[in-house]
Ligand binder design. Structure first.
Ligand code: GBH
Length: 449
């Protein structure tokens, strides 16, 4: 088998991705206000090793060097996120010129190197004062988000041509307010459902603001999607598949692309909420027309009826496939499956893989990281992308997660996703074998395996 860049459309976008809290550090510099992740990380027991994004990989100060790295890799585009608490330190009111100036410099540096900026407005760092006022379970947060989006469009819309409103609203809602594994660490299923709706409402209102103020920009949302498969054909398994698929995939795809919530999921959650937070006209807002849908894919989920606490009577099964350092099974076919499914069920909206990658136990030895597993991972998933295109999916781009090792949320710095290694003590960056492989692929080399 072999694979090369020329197997993809000529105008396909090749990139790398990061997010603000995971890389920037400098959490009290440039007028930045506190976010829910600062608070959560400072709470003992929440993040492995007591780690936080306070320093992270110092991208706030090292961005120019990091853009040089991207240029060395030869990527077309860079997906980064904008920290809301840098732009509006309290989440509302006047913008911080100093905060916006950082993104101004970043965007100009990217454009200077011929790299197209793709800006995500929200990758989980909610200004703490908005959480103190109730957070995403409160409707007003959606309006605050749209206001923030308008400020960003005014400041950067002349140079940024691609905006993503939200990254993975499922995580914000269900990990943030349901399981409490992520900031703000609340555990209230009803609040999680309200949060999911207000996130999507905020998305729709932000799309309106972006359309008005940056009319030439391409606008999308990024969802974490995955195929859900039955672990066995035992009694009740198909219903678990339906429920998990319903809440993880369709609960977000339907309001965004069809303007409705899936009725079977509404029935599933009826004991938790009467959905009175869904007001007349909201679903027209959540389904504002988009230029693309971002898909983040890591693995397939295989489920069966069970009784794991906190998972709603679902067991997650393993199939004995190779796993990453986080125990996630490596399943490239899951990527082609989910892309084909979205196209089949939701029509021909352009799709972009906005994240795909893996954590492995990398070792830096003599200035090199031989991460063969990550090379295989990337190659396998690019092949799955090519397969989806051959199957009729309008796939327009691929962003590897991540440009460099960073703060992996509740896992702290213990899990490395980068194609560039970062020494967290010295902040020295070293391109891993996977980064060299990606660069060679982008340069047109045919990869044999
Ligand atoms: C992405 O989420 C994020 O966008 C990115 O910031 C992150 O660094 C990257 O993945 C790698 O993790 O055990 O209940 O906590 C990926 C989607 C969904 C994967 C939640 C991990 C853990 C469920 N994530 N899942 S739980």
């Amino acid at each position: 088998m072999d694979l090369s860049r020329s197997d993809f459309p000529a105008d396909f976008t090749w990139g790398v991705a990061t997010s603000s809290y995971q890389i920037e550090g400098a959490t009290t510099e440039g007028g930045r206000g506190p976010s829910i992740w600062d608070t959560f990380s400072a709470t003992p027991g929440r993040v492995v090793g007591g780690d936080s994004g306070e320093v992270a990989v110092e991208h706030f100060h090292r961005y120019a060097q990091d853009v040089d790295l991207m240029a060395d890799l030869g990527v077309d585009a860079y997906r980064f996120s904008i920290a809301w608490p840098r732009v509006q330190p309290t989440g509302s009111g006047a913008v911080s010129r100093a905060g916006l100036a950082f993104y101004d410099r970043l965007v100009d540096t990217l454009l200077d190197k011929g790299i197209t900026p793709w800006a995500t407005l929200y990758h989980w760092d909610l200004p703490q004062p908005l959480e103190d006022a109730g957070g995403w379970p409160v409707r007003d947060t959606a309006h605050r988000f749209a206001e923030y989006a308008a400020h960003v469009a005014d400041a950067l819309g002349d140079r940024v041509g691609h905006f993503i409103t939200l990254n993975e609203p499922w995580c914000s809602a269900f990990l943030g307010y349901g399981s409490g594994r992520h900031a703000p660490g609340r555990s209230d299923a009803g609040a999680a459902l309200a949060a999911s709706h207000h996130l999507l409402l905020g998305h729709g209102l932000a799309v309106q603001a972006l359309r008005e103020r940056a009319p030439q920009a391409q606008v999308g949302i990024t969802l974490n999607l995955y195929p859900v498969a039955p672990a066995h054909d035992g009694h009740g398994t198909q219903d678990v598949v339906r429920r998990v698929d319903g809440l993880s995939n369709r609960w977000f795809l339907d309001p965004v692309l069809r303007g409705s919530y899936p009725q079977d999921v509404v029935d599933d959650v009826a004991h938790l909420t009467d959905l009175s937070f869904v007001h007349d006209g909201d679903l027209e807002v959540t389904s504002a027309s988009l230029d693309f849908l971002g898909v983040n894919y890591y693995t397939r989920h295989v489920v069966a009826p069970g009784a794991l606490p906190g998972t709603g009577e679902v067991d997650f099964a393993s199939r004995g496939l190779p796993t990453t350092a986080l125990g996630w099974e490596v399943d490239p076919e899951g990527l082609s499956d989910i892309l084909l499914r979205v196209t089949r069920d939701y029509g021909d909206i352009p799709l972009v893989i906005t994240e795909n990658g893996a954590a492995f136990d990398d070792e830096l030895v003599d200035g090199a990281v031989h991460d063969t597993e990550r090379v295989d991972f990337l190659r396998g998933h690019l092949e799955a992308g090519a397969k989806a295109i051959a199957g009729g999916v309008p796939l327009r781009g691929y962003f590897a997660w991540s440009l460099m090792d960073n703060f992996e949320w509740a896992e702290g710095y213990a899990k490395r996703f980068g194609i560039v290694h970062v020494d967290f003590d010295t902040q020295v960056r070293t391109i891993k074998d996977s980064g060299h492989w990606y660069a060679a692929f982008l340069a047109g080399e045919r990869t044999q395996y």
